[in-house]
Design a protein around this ligand. Structure first.
Ligand code: SF4
Length: 414
């Protein structure tokens, strides 16, 4: 496809921080002959309550800014639409997107379809919390083309939900899954968290079993991480609980893979499991370092090596408007080293692994080809990596060392 449209970034006056040099903003991103992005992320920041482990940009909105937010996002989508190709994947995350009022969702989706073209069979995901999955909202989403709900269950155990400061009633989860399906949304993914303080292997097994009982085709199982600045990390440092033992975390991980595999959900990324064909194509686009556009406060985009992030503060997002574009707070120009690091970092975590010839070709201008090949070979000798001419893929035991393998490969780049 030929396209000489310049992908234009927000101008300097929209930049919310002086940290971005003005010169970096001057050259537009020229798409040239490259295809336009086929993925779009929308960030809806509202949450009913801040969960203690969460470091996503989300706010408990006490000023009722949902109308203003929706109007602002519509303007941003209008600015972004000419830059997008026919969309293959759309992902609405947050925050709690299902907290947006149904009438605003209806408006947003109506405008969205006026602005964007979708590929046949496009994947359209919305993150939902169980308590906001209602008979008012789900039919609106379904009518607007949403065909996949990612449900933030996290646990089915009341005690562990309390530890995480998640406030939903786990008994509501089957009802919520039923509400999604009754609305005609067929694809359901469930998020779970393991390694919650005090959680036993049996309790984790019960969570997995309960998630499978919802009939989910996709399960994301993340180990609890203590992010800097979160309430959970502060409580850990105060000694309110102890971190789950590394061996138990590893046991839980291996149990997850075996349990889900036995039920037909295969690991296709370190923490993500799906029935064949039910993998999240949107997240695969991220992990394969493809291009995507993004709208909403704190949303990050990547187009042809350019990366930028919208300002996270809602008031700044609402006030800043450069022909519809949102203010950005970070901007990175294409950088071969960064591109290779990102490809290794996310690629190695995938079942399909890293495209070895491409990684080595990208390493050549950095004079890192030999060192990278040697690092891959060293990981192979450890039993973590299968090395062929075409791909570097983690072995089954190697999945437990994915971060180490990625670090070893990246550290080989001078
Ligand atoms: S619902 Fe999700 S985004 Fe909101 S605070 Fe909890 S973990 Fe964070």
């Amino acid at each position: 496809m030929h396209d000489d449209t310049a992908i234009r970034l927000p101008m300097q006056r929209s930049i919310a921080t002086a940290a971005v040099p003005a010169a970096a903003l001057t050259p537009p991103i020229h798409a040239g002959d490259a295809p336009k992005p086929r993925s779009l992320y929308l960030h809806i920041p509202f949450c009913a309550h801040k969960c203690h482990y969460c470091d996503f940009y989300s706010i408990v909105d006490t000023r009722d800014r949902q109308d203003a937010f929706t109007a602002r996002m519509v303007r941003e989508l209008a600015a972004l639409a000419p830059l997008a190709g026919p969309l293959d994947t759309i992902f609405v995350g947050g925050g709690t997107p299902s907290l947006l009022r149904p009438d605003l969702w209806e408006h947003l989706l109506t405008i969205f379809h006026q602005l964007f073209t979708l590929e046949p069979g496009a994947e359209f995901s919305v993150e939902c919390n169980p308590e906001t999955v209602t008979d008012d909202l789900m039919p609106v989403l379904a009518a607007g083309g949403v065909n996949r709900v990612s449900m933030g269950a996290q646990s089915f155990n009341r005690h562990h939900l309390t530890t995480l400061e998640r406030r939903h009633d786990p008994d509501r989860l089957p009802l919520a899954a039923d509400t999604v399906r009754r609305a005609g949304i067929e694809r359901l993914s469930v998020d779970l968290i393991s390694g919650v303080p005090g959680q036993t292997l049996d309790q984790w097994h019960a969570d997995l079993t309960a998630a499978l009982a919802l009939g989910t085709e996709h399960l994301s199982a993340y180990t609890l991480t203590y992010e800097p600045g979160t309430a959970m990390t502060a409580r850990l440092h105060k000694g309110e609980f102890t971190k789950t033992d590394d061996d138990l975390e590893a046991d839980m991980y291996e149990h997850t893979v075996a349990t889900l595999r036995a039920r037909g959900l295969d690991r296709y990324e370190v923490s993500n499991h799906a029935r064949p064909g039910a993998e999240c194509r949107h997240n695969l686009a991220y992990w394969r370092q493809e291009s995507w556009l993004a709208a909403g406060p704190s949303a990050s985009a990547h187009v042809l090596g350019w990366r930028w992030k919208n300002t996270p503060r809602l008031d700044d997002y609402l006030a800043g408007d450069d022909d519809g574009f949102a203010p950005v707070c970070e901007l990175e120009q294409p950088d071969p080293r960064r591109a290779l690091m990102d490809r290794l970092m996310t690629g190695v975590r995938l079942r399909e692994g890293v495209d070895a010839p491409r990684a080595l070709a990208d390493a050549r201008p950095l004079h890192a080809e030999q060192a990278l090949a040697e690092a891959a070979e060293a990981c192979r000798r450890e039993g973590w990596l299968t090395v062929t001419e075409s791909r570097w893929t983690l072995t089954d035991p190697g999945f437990l060392f994915a971060d180490r393998v990625a670090a070893d490969l990246i550290n080989a780049i001078p």
